[in-house]
Design a binder for this molecule. Structure first.
Ligand code: CA
Length: 234
């Protein structure tokens, strides 16, 4: 048997912690659990990382050298583009009122130091299940089924080939059905902020996506919202 490389969607976790030893330990156990791990040692670095590419979840230490981890959590949850990112606050504070402040900042969960690596991984998986489609195998909208395990798209049970960008676009639209996205938001979320692409590139790929969908009488699925952007609705 030849070597088999499994395609897997590794979910990305950003660990924001100023203590190197704890950061490395968390990185080690999360990597072992199959996550892609990025690190930041303060709020500034964390914001840079998030702007560059949205992770699926951010683990935030409460006490950070430049700003409070709570402020970082708030800013993530207040930004339209990043508010879907899961947040777990990490802290030595175990008092009830701190916990409340943590949740008010928009954190999805709260882990008190010292914690076991096993517990941390379990909590992360639970938050990811609530905040993303990461654990799901299929995304379904009307006659469209996206199989996330095999990266295949079926329409009316027939496999349809999409280019990589059209694939990502359609997946994004189905995950966010009914919401309007501007071209620049689509660039951020589908292409990633680190990539420089002109806004009209979005239109090109929308056109390609529409022309594929048209063959299945789904040409109306992607709506142009005047002055706002695009919305997927089936
Ligand atoms: Ca700290």
């Amino acid at each position: 048997m030849g070597k088999h490389k499994k395609k897997k969607m590794n979910q990305e976790i950003l660990v924001v912690e100023d203590e190197t030893a704890i950061r490395s330990m968390i990185n080690f156990s999360l990597s072992r659990a199959g996550f892609q791990v990025k690190e930041a040692k303060n709020v500034e670095q964390a914001k840079e990382q998030i702007n560059n590419k949205s992770p699926d979840l951010v683990l935030i230490d409460w006490m950070l050298p430049d700003e409070s981890g709570l402020e970082l959590a708030k800013s993530i949850k207040q930004d339209e583009v990043t508010k879907g990112i899961g947040i777990i606050m990490l802290t030595a504070k175990a008092e009830e009122r701190d916990k409340i402040a943590g949740f008010e900042s928009g954190a999805d969960d709260y882990v008190t130091k010292p914690f076991s690596q096993h517990e941390l991984v379990a909590r992360i998986k639970a938050v990811l299940r609530r905040t993303s489609y990461g654990e799901e195998e299929q995304l379904v909208s009307g006659p469209i089924v996206i199989d996330l395990k095999s990266y295949r798209i079926l329409i009316n049970d027939e496999e349809v080939h999409f280019g990589p960008t059209e694939f990502k676009l359609l997946k994004f639209f189905i995950m966010n059905e009914g919401r309007v996205y501007s071209r620049s938001q689509l660039l951020d979320r589908v292409w990633g902020r680190s990539v420089f692409v002109e806004e009209r590139t979005v239109d090109v790929h929308i056109r390609r996506l529409r022309s594929i969908l048209e063959k299945y009488d789904l040409n109306d699925a992607i709506k142009t919202v005047r002055g706002a952007g695009y919305r997927f609705d089936l």
